[in-house]
Design a protein around this ligand. Structure first.
Ligand code: NDP
Length: 246
């Protein structure tokens, strides 16, 4: 397997950490961005202790300037970015009739506009080198909608619209573009939901439990592999059977 440079946005979070580790286990050189210096250093120390020398670059995915800087810094330190995992995301849940334009804007900027910001600086190089893997981490709620998440569901559904357009534009150039849509995974994002609500969610999932970050990372590794060259424009649902469709 060829060792490549992979950029995972939001790598310090629950799912991002598992993706960073999995891609490193595959032999790739992995980098991520961060915003908070203290949190990033603690994360880096833990990753090093676990045997993962992940490269960290400061930058906010909602800023096109930061995104450009993140990519160019990684290029200088590790080489051209061949794998991009657009994973950074947030929620600002509330019913739409109470939603402020700030709650709407933060979620759309972080989950969707970030995908433009991060992909734009890597796509030309991938096209020149005729190889690339771009994966959007969307959500079950972008597919089925969710009470209190009009902002999040709109942004997550938009990610897949981006995927299927970019997949078409770049299919002949060895670049695949796919979406992974996790169901509820036990990370800080979901642990912030009240316990009784989480228990109800778990009871609703046919497998009877929340997902593990490693189960999402496994799907990312599958799509990144050289052998997945004919999978493009796809959405891969990973949700314990919580939402089934075809
Ligand atoms: P976490 O909250 O654990 O991690 C989110 C990561 O994104 C953090 O590293 C965070 O960094 C980073 N981030 C957020 N905003 C920005 C920003 N503006 N610039 C740079 N980095 C940013 O979330 P999860 O690991 O649970 O989620 C990862 C992805 O998976 C998200 O896109 C989420 O929507 C999606 N998802 C999660 C599900 C779940 O059940 N957990 C279900 C379906 C989808 P910082 O520490 O600086 O905030």
């Amino acid at each position: 397997m060829t060792s490549r440079v992979a950029l995972v946005t939001g790598g310090t979070g629950g799912i991002g950490t598992a993706i960073c580790k999995k891609l490193a286990d595959m032999g790739h050189k992995v980098a991520t961005n961060y915003r908070n210096e203290e949190k990033a250093q603690a994360w880096k120390t833990q990753m090093q202790a676990d045997g993962y020398p992940i490269t960290l670059v400061k930058g906010d995915v909602t800023s096109p300037e930061d995104a450009e800087t993140i990519v160019r810094t990684i290029e200088q330190q590790l080489g051209p970015v061949d794998i991009l995992i657009n994973n950074a995301g947030i929620t600002r849940d509330t019913t739409f009739h109470r939603m402020t334009s700030q709650q709407w804007g933060e979620v759309v900027n972080t989950n969707l506009n970030s995908v433009f910001n991060m992909t734009r600086p890597v796509i030309e190089g991938m096209r020149e080198r005729k190889w690339g893997r771009i994966i959007q981490i969307s959500s079950i709620n972008g597919l089925k909608g969710q009470y209190g998440q009009a902002n999040y569901a709109a942004a997550k559904a938009g990610m897949h619209g981006f995927t299927i357009s970019l997949a078409r534009e770049n299919a002949k150039l060895g670049i695949t573009v796919n979406t992974v849509s996790p169901g509820y995974v036990a990370t800080d994002m979901v642990m912030a939901v009240p316990e009784e609500v989480r228990a109800k969610i778990a009871a609703d999932i046919p497998t009877g439990r929340l997902g593990k970050p490693e189960e999402i990372a496994y799907a990312v590794a599958f799509l990144v592999d050289d052998q997945a060259a004919w999978i493009t424009g796809s959405n891969l649902d990973i949700n314990g059977g919580h939402h089934m469709g075809w």
